[in-house]
Design a protein around this ligand. Sequence first.
Ligand code: ZN
Length: 66
Amino acid sequence: MPLNINVGDIIELKKKHPCGGNSFEVKRTGMDFRIKCITCGTEVWLKRHDLEKRVKKIKAKEGKET
Ligand SMILES: [Zn+2]
């Protein structure tokens, strides 16, 4: 099942970043995703396939009402 992830969403990954954080902000979507670690600010590229395997929780964009 494809995940509905949009730019600006906050996602939680199963595996923590080396800095200890597990919340990431989605900066770019497409074939590859660019996500930014909220804790340390590092940006990483992930293939859609890898992201779908690793994501634990998707939180709606802050302030977004759906
Ligand atoms: Zn980090």
